[in-house]
Design a protein around this ligand. Structure first.
Ligand code: SF4
Length: 249
């Protein structure tokens, strides 16, 4: 049987650095590739690589409407630094209005289901539109960000969105990412210096305490095994690691 793209690319990607991983992916995968950034330190490093190499990879973000002021400021600073526009996708007005009508403006604190409903309207549905018709999806996932992400591969087929999902920093440590960001003077979120390691929506993110994992500040009021927003999980709520055998674009 002909090997799938993940089976072919995984061993070729493994020894490469970030720049060469993105280059190889762009050369190998036909069609549109989208990188979704939430302006975390990993995302900033990937954006730097895409912009400085001039790669034909769309850089886009989901503006949930509840981001930190520091994140909007970084967004603007990033566009100015690289002279590139970052495409924004927004929640649809009608479902958002219905959500707020039903659960209130901060209803996501009431229950896990309420929080997931908010994440669905503000993040998951916009992501589906963003990935429609796309061949490759680049993300800033790292395996050591949390237990739930421990087995994140460099490349796999995402069944939910029917797209090749590329995590070019999957095997990087946070220290390695931070070192690269400092080396290239990549702009980063001011909140990182205040203990916010993983930054999402403002009402759902707090600073991390010493000894906690990087994503402990996300939805801190919930149990650990439920703390994904739905962007990287399947219908069963489990993080998608992909199915290499199904991808053969
Ligand atoms: S992180 Fe919080 S505010 Fe943002 S979409 Fe999810 S529940 Fe809503």
């Amino acid at each position: 049987m002909k090997p799938s793209i993940p089976e072919t690319l995984s061993p070729r990607l493994a020894p490469l650095d970030l720049d060469h991983r993105l280059l190889l992916v762009r050369e190998f995968i036909p069609g549109r590739i989208v990188f979704t950034t939430s302006f975390g330190v990993e995302d900033q490093l990937i954006a730097h690589s895409i912009f400085t190499q001039g790669l034909d990879i769309d850089v886009a973000t989901i503006d949930t409407g509840r981001l930190f002021p520091e994140t909007y400021e970084l967004w603007e600073r990033t566009e100015a630094r690289y002279a590139r526009r970052i495409r924004a996708v927004y929640p649809q007005a009608a479902p958002l209005e219905a959500l707020i009508e039903e659960q209130g403006i901060n209803g996501f604190y009431k229950s896990v289901d309420a929080r997931k409903a908010c994440c669905h309207v503000r993040k998951v549905e916009p992501l589906s539109r963003l990935l429609a018709g796309v061949s490759g999806w680049v993300t800033g996932l790292r395996a050591d960000q949390s237990q739930a992400r421990a087995e994140a591969p460099l490349i796999a087929f995402d069944e939910t969105h029917r797209v090749l999902k590329l995590n070019p920093l999957a095997d990087y440590t946070r220290d390695a990412v931070v070192a690269a960001v400092e080396e290239f003077s990549v702009p980063i979120n001011d909140l990182h210096a205040k203990g916010f390691l993983s930054i999402g929506c403002a009402p759902c993110t707090r600073a991390v305490l010493p000894g906690e994992d990087e994503r402990a500040g996300r939805w801190w009021w919930e149990e650990d095994n439920k703390k994904e927003c739905g962007l990287h999980v399947g219908d069963d709520g489990v993080l998608r690691r992909g199915a290499p055998q199904e991808a053969s674009l």
